[in-house]
Design a protein around this ligand. Structure first.
Ligand code: B12
Ligand code: SF4
Ligand code: SF4
Length: 325
């Protein structure tokens, strides 16, 4: 396991401010540069994925409202992938009893896609996803660091993501760029989080700039458009995981008004909680405003003086927008 050759791409991405306000991405840069630093004596990494495809189609998504990104309709993947990783380690320990290992999912300071790309089992697409030529991209990644070399290293030939061959690659396709509604992928193979709906609806804690509102109506949490547009996902197998949210769409009114009890009962144990209750209510209010839903005032009335400032600021934005329309 050597240092990450694409680390300069990450540095440049941060320097350009493409991380928006995700300051946590600036931490532990030494580990992102050299993943071996994440575990003493790390010699090898094993990468595995969890398919989350729920059967969504591009046209339905484009015409929908109140949508929840597919990965977030499952039970929290951090736990299921960790459990799976631990059972893989147990199997490997049968071959190598001294083996020490560490499972990582999402939150470790690791460039997960770059590491996955080093397996040569797929490629990085213009939408920045790690894509398997046969299995598409709608899977979550997890890694196991091992302190012994227990597996034969992959000997596949690297896939050039810029060319279209049997082994994969984008070539002249630019469907993800065309269907990204906010221009976040205008620079191929690079995502500007300051323009990405997934950033605004999940990670951002403050108010959402009005120019993104029409698409917050469509996606209340996350966004799948640049993957649903990708030809490599046309024949994606359905996920076999435990689904918590059965419907692709939720009623923005219920979300804008939801109590803590409703929030826990509906979204508890799913990745949706990353946005927190206040972030989801903010997104619900925006969707109602854009839809010109007659229940908007009723929803606004449920925001109490003691509620988070982002909700009050969003209501001010809604009022100002209504005056300017
Ligand atoms: C921050 C983050 C976000 C941010 C920023 C996304 C981004 N593209 O950077 C936001 C909130 C927008 C986001 C959105 C989503 N995310 Co996210 N996110 C992350 C996180 C935590 C860090 C990513 C990061 O470091 N970005 C910085 C950029 C510069 O790094 P990078 O894109 O990984 O690029 C590196 C390599 O790919 C390589 N590289 C880049 N370009 C090229 C080009 C070529 C030709 C080559 C060879 C290499 C190469 O160099 C870069 C530096 O090493 C990772 C988990 C992790 N720890 O890695 C999950 C992760 C990337 N997210 C994931 C998912 C599922 C999503 C969403 C689909 C969720 C949703 N439905 O809303 C969207 C997809 C949006 C998209 N098109 O990427 C998955 C992706 C799985 C996959 N198959 O690729 C990850 C890996 C989480 C996981 N454990 O599975 N996410
Ligand atoms: S997740 Fe949505 S907004 Fe973000 S890059 Fe993909 S299509 Fe664009
Ligand atoms: S939609 Fe086309 S350009 Fe975008 S990642 Fe898929 S194959 Fe590449």
């Amino acid at each position: 396991m050597g240092p990450e050759p694409t680390f300069p791409i990450f540095k440049e991405w941060l320097d350009k401010g493409y991380n928006a306000e995700m300051e946590f991405l600036k931490n532990y840069q030494d580990k992102r540069e050299n993943p071996a630093g994440l575990m003493e004596g790390a010699k090898q990494a094993l990468i595995f994925g969890l398919n989350y495809y729920q059967g969504d189609k591009l046209n339905a998504a484009l015409q929908g409202s109140g949508r929840i990104a597919q990965y977030a309709r499952l039970r929290d993947y951090h736990k299921s992938l960790k459990k799976r990783g631990d059972s893989i380690i147990q199997e490997l320990q049968k071959l190598c009893p001294d083996l020490k290992a560490r499972v990582m999912v999402d939150s470790a300071p690791l460039l997960e896609r770059a590491l996955a790309n080093r397996t040569n089992r797929g490629f990085i697409g213009k939408n920045t996803l790690f894509i398997h030529p046969d299995k598409g991209s709608m899977f979550l990644l997890s890694e196991i660091l091992l302190d012994h070399v227990v597996l034969e290293a992959d000997t596949k030939i690297p896939v050039d993501g810029t060319k279209r061959t049997e082994a994969g690659g984008c070539g002249s396709c630019r469907r993800c760029q065309v269907f990204c509604p906010t221009g976040a992928l205008d620079e191929a193979y690079t995502l500007d989080a300051r323009k990405c709906l997934a950033y605004w609806t999940i990670e951002h804690r403050g108010v959402i700039p009005e120019k993104f509102w029409p698409w917050v109506r469509t996606y209340l949490f996350g966004c799948d458009l640049c993957q649903l547009a990708c030809p490599y996902n046309r024949t994606h197998a359905l996920s076999k995981e435990d689904v918590v949210l059965k419907a692709a769409e939720v009623d923005p009114f219920e979300i804008a008004c939801m109590t803590q009890e409703y929030y826990v009962a509906t979204f508890g144990g799913t990745p949706v909680t990353r946005a927190k209750r206040s972030g989801l209510r903010r997104n619900g209010l925006i969707a109602l405003a854009v839809l010109e839903d007659p229940r908007l005032e009723e929803a606004i009335a449920t925001v109490m003086p003691e509620d988070e400032s982002v909700l009050h600021e969003t209501i001010l934005q809604i009022r100002a927008r209504a005056l300017s329309l």
